[in-house]
Design a protein around this ligand. Structure first.
Ligand code: ADP
Ligand code: MG
Length: 466
């Protein structure tokens, strides 16, 4: 897949370069050809005009081509290799340069007609003598017998220059193409090679090797950023996977303990025949254990459903005050048994956009913790208030507060503080994790802090009614 992409990239690259080089070479060749031809034409025209200027003004004087007599004057470079001929209106040759020997420059009927029309004519004669010629024919103005001067020069040098230029341009084009193609191949190999490395490594990363990371090319270009992004994603996946693994291990552990207690209880009871009250005691103890197990399994189930987004009841506008009061009333009896009072501060009616059932569960968890961790004889204060776009429910107690080392982990699954673990307080450490998951699912938040006067304060924020 990558190899074919590389080939395609290279082919496109080469095709574009080929087109650019071909266009540049053609344009260069065309420009050069025009320049050398133009130069020759200008030289021929200059000589023809010189010749024309030297023609006798009087009509009856003999017409002749002006050549430098051999050996008398310095060599004339302008005349070098130039064939000169003077013709009349019918194409009869009146005079011609010596180097023409017996030959004549051609004067076709078409040429004579154009000359008669006063036109200066440039022609290329490919097959005149041994070499191709370029010829100018220029009519002599105000000459009675419509004379015309013809000057021709060899195209051989011009053609040689152009042939050499063709070879040079061709060689340059090939060299350029090879160099650019090679550079392109090296570049794509480097760039796509880095992607190949990433793909190979990505193939080898599995469940058991989520700690591995993709190789970084060492640059902060697109590939570098892609690798950074993928590695950050692997970080998150590894973190989530670890949490999931820990959760499963903790859940299994928590399920095993009550089950083995249940099993022991039943085994001991069954060892010998017993009196009825003993069976009742044993069964009551077993029922307690089953009750704990049921709570645990329900909490686990609820957490799992929240994780996969299934547990989301329809949002409604509810008045929080009666909901909080009802939740507190349910705990009044166990609280009173330990001499704990629950005090309300809910003078303002506050409405929130949530589902009543799950929020009730959060309130039960917070109040249960408050009662559980409060020393006898103290009071728990519950307040309901409004803060901007949020409805707030606060539960404060006068208990030991939260340990500094516990504070960052309080909402983790199965996390129980040092005091909770050491003490008699029942629980699995799932209450706050579950409460947080519920509150987040409804767009709210929950936080824990210690009160300055001692004790813990839990604040739940929920989206209020606009
Ligand atoms: N009101 C509170 N006062 C002091 N510590 C608390 C309070 N509420 C919760 N905690 C701490 O947070 C931990 C987690 O609470 P939670 O998730 O409800 O589990 P559990 O109640 O089963 O221990 C508790 O074990 C405890 O250490
Ligand atoms: Mg709890």
């Amino acid at each position: 897949m990558v190899a074919s992409f590389r080939k395609r990239l290279l082919l496109v690259h080469l095709a574009v370069i080929l087109a650019i080089v071909a266009c540049t070479a053609l344009a260069g060749y065309w420009g050069l050809s025009r320049a050398v031809h133009g130069q020759l034409d200008a030289a021929l025209l200059a000589l023809a005009e010189t010749e024309m200027a030297m023609l006798p003004a009087a009509p009856r004087q003999p017409v002749q081509v002006h050549e430098v007599a051999p050996g008398l004057a310095p060599p004339s470079l302008t005349r070098l290799d130039r064939l000169v001929q003077i013709i009349d209106g019918e194409g009869r040759v009146l005079a011609r340069s010596r180097n023409l020997e017996a030959a004549q420059l051609p004067a076709s009927a078409a040429l004579l007609a154009r000359l008669a029309a006063g036109e200066t004519v440039f022609e290329t004669l490919p097959k005149f003598g041994e070499e191709p010629l370029r010829m100018i024919s220029i009519p002599v103005p105000s000459s009675g017998s419509r004379l015309a001067v013809q000057v021709a020069g060899s195209l051989d040098d011009t053609n040689h220059v152009l042939a050499a230029a063709t070879v040079l341009f061709g060689a340059m084009a090939l060299a350029l193409l090879a160099a650019v193609g090679l550079a392109g191949e090296m570049l794509t190999r480097r760039v796509l090679g880095a992607i190949d490395d990433v793909v190979d490594q990505a193939h080898s990363i599995g469940e058991a090797s989520l700690h591995q990371r993709l190789p970084h090319p060492g640059t902060q270009d697109e590939i570098g950023r892609l690798v950074d992004t993928l590695n950050a994603m692997l970080d998150r996946l590894e973190h989530g996977y670890d949490a999931q693994r820990r959760f499963t291990a903790d859940a299994s552990h928590e399920l095993r303990s009550p089950l083995s207690r249940l099993r022991t209880e039943i085994e001991i009871t069954l060892r010998r025949p017993r009196e009825s009250p003993e069976y009742v005691d044993a069964l009551a103890s077993c029922l307690d254990e089953v009750q704990r197990l049921t709570t645990l399994v329900e909490e686990l189930l609820m957490l799992t459903r929240l994780d996969v987004g299934q547990e989301r009841n329809a949002v409604e506008t509810i008045e929080l005050n009666p909901l909080v009061r009802a939740a507190a009333q349910r705990l009044e009896k166990p609280a009173a048994q330990r001499g704990i009072r629950i005090v309300f501060d809910d003078s303002v009616a506050v409405h929130a956009r949530v589902a009543a059932g799950p929020v009730d569960l959060v309130l039960a968890n917070l109040l249960d913790n408050a009662v559980k961790f409060s020393p006898p004889g103290t009071s728990i204060s519950v307040h309901v208030a409004r803060d901007g776009a949020h409805a707030i429910v606060g539960v404060a107690d006068a208990g030991p507060g939260i340990g500094v080392e516990d504070l960052p982990h309080l909402f983790e699954r199965f996390y129980r503080g040092a005091q909770a673990r050491a003490g008699e307080a029942p629980g699995f450490g799932l209450g706050l994790a579950l409460s947080q998951a519920i509150v987040h699912a409804y767009g709210g938040s929950i936080e824990a802090r210690n009160r300055p006067q001692g004790g813990a304060l839990f604040l739940m924020r929920l989206p209020a009614l606009d």
